[in-house]
Design a protein around this ligand. Sequence first.
Ligand SMILES: [Zn+2]
Length: 252
Amino acid sequence: MQKDSKINKSCCFQRHGFLTGMVFLLVIALLVCGNFRASPVWSADMPVVIVDPGHGGNDKGGQGPGGQLEKRVCLALAKKLEAALDGRGAQVIMTRTDDYGISVDQRASLANRHQGDALISLHTGASRNSAANKHCIYYDLPPGGDQGPAAADHDSTIARKWDRIQRRHVRASALLAESLRAQVDQLEMPDGADVMQAPMALLHGLDMPAVIYETGYITHPTMAEKLENQAYLESLARALAEGTMKFLRDSS
Ligand SMILES: [Zn+2]
C-alpha cells in the first residue's frame, strides 16, 4: 500500500509537472503571438504624439441618422491612429482609451504633462443640414490673436498665460494641419480637406503643435455609414499617421 501510495504521489507530481509545463508553454506562445500585450518599449529619441478622441461618456458629440455616435467614431479612429503611429516609430499617448468623459482642461493637462511633440484631436462634423459634408482641419486662433510668443503677454496670472500658450506654436500647428491635409487629400473625399484657423478652447492651453481633425459630417447619411466602416477608418488613420510623422521629420 505504501509503495502504491508513493507511486500515486509520483504520478500526481508528474501530472502536475506536466500541467505546469503546458501552462508555461502556453504563456510563451501567447507572448510570441502578441496576444499578451507587453508594455511598449520607448526610447528618448522617439517623438511623442498625443491622440485625443473627442467627447466620451455622457458627452456623445454629434449623432448620425442611423444612431451613429461621434464619441464612438472618434475612439475607433483614435485606436487605429495609435496603432499606425506606433508602427511608424512614435510614442503615443491617448487622452482617453474608453467611453468616459474627460474635460478640455484634463486633456490639455495630460498632453502638456507628457510633453507631446504634436497633438491630434479627433472629431466628426455635424450639421442640421444633412447634405453638409466636409473634412476640416483646425488650428488655433488664440485669444488676442496669434502674434508674438506667449511669454510676451502682459497678463500677470498663470491662468491667462496658459490660456495663450498655443501662441508660440501657431505657425507649427498650421504646418501640421497642411501636412495632414496633403495626406488626407489623397484619399477619396467629398471635396478634400479644408484647413482653417479658428479659436478652439481645447487648443489654447496646449504647449505643442496641435490641430483638431474633423472627419466628414456624421449627420450626412452616406458619410455616417462610412464612418462605421473599419477599412475606411483604417485608411484615414494611416493618412493621418503619415502626415503627422512627415511633419515631425520636417520640423526636427
Ligand atoms: Zn466633436
